[in-house]
Design a protein around this ligand. Sequence first.
Ligand code: PHE
Length: 441
Amino acid sequence: MAQRETWTSRVGFIFAAVGSAVGLGNIWSFPFQTASNGGAAFLVVYLLAVFLIGFPTMLIEFVIGRRSKQNAVSAFSELGYGNWTFAGAIGVFASFITLSFYSVVGGWVISYIVGSVTGGYLGQAGTFFGSISSGTVAIGAHAVFMAVTIAIVAGGVADGIERATKFMIPAILVLLVGLAAWGSTLAGSAAGYAYYLSPDFGVIASNFTSIVPSAMGQAFFTLSLGFGVMIAYASYLGRDDSLPADSAIIVVLNTVVALLAGFAVFPILAATDALTGSTGAGTAFVALAGAFGQLPAGQVIGLVFFVVLLFAALSSSISLLEAPASYVVDRYDVARPKVAVGVGLVSFVIGIVPAYGYVGLFNDFVFNILLPIAVLFIALFAGWVANRESIDELGRGTALGQGATTLWLWWVRVVIPIVVAYTLYLGVTNFYTGLTTGAYF
Ligand code: PHE
C-alpha cells in the first residue's frame, strides 16, 4: 500500500477540521433552528451541548483516529476490537447519506448565487424557491455541486483539501463580519438581537423535549461528530500535537462562525418581520431571499451571503466525501481519484430523492437518529471497551497528567451515554411523530 499521507502542518489539519465543521450547519441550519426553537432559549441549550458533550466527543474521535492511523471503520479493528467496526460503519453511512442531501442544498445555494446576479428572486422569494428546490433544476445544480466536491477530494488530502480550506475559512470569517456589521445598521436590528440573545427560560422548560434533540443534533452535525470524519482527519495527524488544544481551537472557531451567522441573520429577519415564522429547510432560503429583495443594496448583500454559504458548504462536503473515500482507499488500495468519483456518483444518485422534495426527511433522520446512535456507540467503546493504553493517547504531546485523562474517561463513560441515549429516545419519538403526521410527505 502507498505511504499514508499526512497533513503538511498542524495548521493544515486545524484548517481542514474547521473547514469540515463550518458549513451549512453553521450558517443555514443554526440561525434557523435557533429562530424556530425560541431564539436565545435554544442558544443556551445548544452552547451547553457543544461544550459539555460535543467537545469531549470530538476528543474521542481524535483519540481513536490518531491512535489507529486508520479510517473510521478500520480504526476499531486496528486497535484490536474487530467486532466494533460497526460503530465506525454507522458514521461512514451517515456521511454518505448526509452528502447526498447536503449536495442538494449546496445546489440550491448555487441557484441563489445565480438568482442574486440575475435578480431572479427579487420580489418573488417563494416562487423562486419553488422553482429551484426540486425537480430538474435542483438535480442539475446538485450535479454541479457534487462534481466540484469530487474534483477537490480527488486531489488528495494535502493538496486538495488543505489548500481549498486555507483559502475558504478566512474568506468566510471576513464576509460574515461584514454582513453582521451591515445587519447592525438595519432598522429593527435591536429586536433581532433581543430574540437571539436574551433567553426566556420558560421557553426551555415548556419545549424541553423538542429543544434537547434539536440542540444536540445540531451540535453533533455542526462539529462533524458521529460521521467518522474527525476519526479519519486525526488519522493523518502527527504524534506530538495536543489533541485537547486542537479540539478546543476547532470547537471555538466553529462556534464563533455560527454566532456570527446569527448576528448576520437575526437583524435581517427582524427587519422584515420574519423572526419567528421560520421552520423547515426551505423557509430559511425564502425568508432570507425575501429580505434581500426588500432591503437597500439587498441584491449585492445577497450575492455575498450566498457566496459565503457556498464556500462553507464546499469545505464541508469535501470532508463528507473524504470519510467514505478514505475507507475505500485504505481498504481496497484503489487510486484516490477513482474512489472519489465512484463514491461521489453513488451519493449523487441517492441525492435525487431529496432533490424531489425530501431534504427535511433526510436531514431529520440524520440529526435525530443516525448521529446520536453513532456517538452513543463510540462513547461506549471509548469509555468501556478500549484499553487504557489507547485512552492515554489523549495526553500525548500535552502537559496533561493521568488525572485529567481519567476525569475525561469518566465523563465519556457515564455522562455522555446517558445524555445521548435520552436525546436519541426523544429524537426517535419526534421523528416518528413527524412521519405519522405527514410532516415529511
Ligand atoms: N459540520 C458540517 C456543517 O455544519 C456538516 C458536516 C458534517 C460536514 C459531517 C462534514 C462532516 O455543515
